[in-house]
Write a protein that binds this ligand. Structure first.
Ligand SMILES: Nc1ncnc2c1ncn2[C@@H]1O[C@H](COP(=O)(O)OP(=O)(O)OP(=O)(O)O)[C@@H](O)[C@H]1O
Length: 230
């Protein structure tokens, strides 16, 4: 279970309060108006922002005092952050070892991740030789080899067309179900939230609210969400 205990995160003069828990294995969307603090929230969980109050726990263990690399967290950014001069395999290998050579076992793990995102045979290409959707798959494969228990997505597929985005979301949902990974996903699109999450955290008015059932929230949105949805 992920627990944010009485947390305050500061981002310049902006501050966000968060006091909620997420069950292990749950898939949870994070929605709210632009500038409400969705990215700030997941950056705090990932360890890229310090808390000015409170603590974060994973399965009862304090993680908010750990550096990002030591937390049980993998994060997938909007642009995928692929290195253009490295091959697909080398980009994925970075998820296992930031530098240095891979063991035979680790090489097999990279191939396995390529298989799981349906990119077998394309490991020798550079990112520029792939379509946008294929590049997203590489970024996802790099996250997969890290085998972290909590996956944070910050609008990772926003640049893809609707069909491709839906396909990527389904791929993520399938992989999560296989591995029991917990998901927190920032999205501006209610359809994304409805597609792969059961619960949603509303971030509005300087608060990250506890997860509520996704369909209830969008069927009967509170005023702050109604204004945002239009
Ligand atoms: N460097 C900074 N200095 C001061 N304020 C900042 C800084 N960076 C961000 N903010 C403020 O922090 C608040 C939260 O930003 P954040 O990016 O977390 O929002 P968001 O909900 O993810 O927005 P969006 O949906 O537009 O991506 C915003 O109101 C923003 O103006």
């Amino acid at each position: 279970m992920l627990k944010l205990d009485n947390c305050v995160v500061q981002n310049g003069s902006f501050s966000l309060q968060a006091d909620f828990s997420v069950e292990t294995g749950a898939s949870v969307a994070i929605v709210g108006p632009s500038g409400a603090g969705k990215s700030t929230l997941i950056e705090a969980i990932a360890g890229f922002r310090d808390l000015t109050r409170g603590q974060i726990f994973w399965d009862g263990e304090l993680i908010s005092n750990l550096s990002p690399g030591k937390r049980p967290v993998a994060m997938l950014f909007q642009d995928g952050n692929l290195f253009p001069h490295l091959t697909v395999e080398q980009n994925i290998a970075l998820g296992l070892r930031p530098n240095g050579r891979l063991s035979t076992e680790e090489q097999a793990e990279v191939q396995n991740a390529l298989d799981r995102v349906s990119l077998s045979g394309l490991g020798g290409r550079k990112p520029a030789e792939l379509s946008g959707g294929q590049q997203s798959r590489v970024a996802l494969a790099r996250v997969l080899v890290q085998r972290r228990q909590l996956l944070l997505l910050d609008e990772p597929f926003a640049a893809l067309g609707p069909a491709l985005k839906a396909e990527m979301l389904d791929l993520v949902a399938g992989l999560l179900a296989e591995t029991g990974t917990t998901l927190l996903m920032v999205s501006h699109d209610p359809q994304d939230a409805r597609r792969i999450t059961q619960e949603t955290i509303l971030v509005a008015e300087n608060h990250a609210h506890p997860p509520a059932p996704t369909s209830d929230l969008f069927d009967n949105p509170p005023p702050s969400l109604r204004d945002y949805l239009g």
